[in-house]
Design a protein. Sequence first.
Length: 118
Amino acid sequence: MDALHRKIRYAEEVDNPLLFSHFLSTDFNADIDNDGYHEQCLVTKIEQRACLLAQFELLLVTLSDQSIPMHWRLQCLDHINKPLFTLQRLVDDEDSAEQVKGLFTELKMINQSLLHSL
């Protein structure tokens, strides 16, 4: 797990919400920057989907982790739609459509659980 993923997953910089912008601004043709904020994600749809799914899953796991401060979890909730909607735009077959539908369902359930805990 790289440093940026770790910072988000374990809320290591809870006063730095810009981490989410850096994390989600993955350029699918970019190399790793000196600041470590961009991963290399190549241009095929399969690779794009893999990167977006990894973003979604990291935010979802963090959002679900009750040991993480609530304001950080809410930041995850605020940002999780970006990779999800981008995945939705990449749907081009029944399997990818079902996968995205399942992710929306999973997010809805987690969201309801989170709102009940507020």
